[in-house]
Design a protein around this ligand. Sequence first.
Ligand code: SF4
Length: 304
Amino acid sequence: MTDALDRRRFLKVLGVTGAGAAAASCGIGPEPTERLIPYLVQPEDQVPGVATYYATTCRECAAGCGVRVRVREGRAVKLEGNPDSPINRGRLCARGQAALQGLYNPDRVPHPMVRNANGTFEEIDWDGAIQRLEGRVREAAGKGIVFLTGAERSSFGDLIDEWMKQVGGRRLSYEPFGFEALRAGNRMTFGTAAVPTYDFANAKYVLSFGADFLDTWLSPVEFQNGFAQSHAFDGSRPAGMAKYVYVGPRLSLTGMNADEWVAAKPGTEGLLALAMAQVIMSQHLARVPADASRLVGTLSAYSP
Ligand code: SF4
């Protein structure tokens, strides 16, 4: 997809460039003169003045929203949600929108670095870095090489796995937002250690115990889309407008959208859930599974 340079923008660019050149030639501009040099060998997908769009995936959290990146002259300049993505349907959260800040952050390490004799890092060129890495990998082959990555589940992950297999190493994934407690809970409850998806769009009653699902929890853009459907006045919706109660210590975005906010003390959300379960079971307020009697003893400790 391309975005043609229209006549007005072209003249604007010419005007700004001309003004900049005039100011620089008078010696009043603090910035040094820079030269615009056309490509010697132009990449076939880059036309100066014409934007190019690429579809990719946001990597700022594990939700993996679909993104369209607007690129001008080889530089990514804007991120927008991909309307074709079933997760975010064209929207991005603030963090996804700000992901470009990470790309151009001045503190980012853009070159290979090596620790010198003084213990500080210094820059080396790519050829030198690749040579050093090759030597180290050869020395350590078969002795337990570990490749540490983020959550890589795509072809890049497969590539690293294949490489590690060749050199007798293994890959270790690190997820800053791990959901191990959620996985463990689902394994105990449903026998599957999976991270669930939640169908907010069809919910009739949403009760959240500390899950900030509109801010950061699991897949916030997907949940915002679903919640906006169930928590809106919509006469055509058979279930009517969903009721939403939030239990949590902070009036976050998730809390602010609740019909009722229960301001629990930090860390007590789970206790409240257990106390509610105890009351429901002991007073037979709902139909419970046949084997729920095994919980009676455990829950008795949480009687309110
Ligand atoms: S929820 Fe936000 S940070 Fe996470 S993948 Fe989607 S846009 Fe990126």
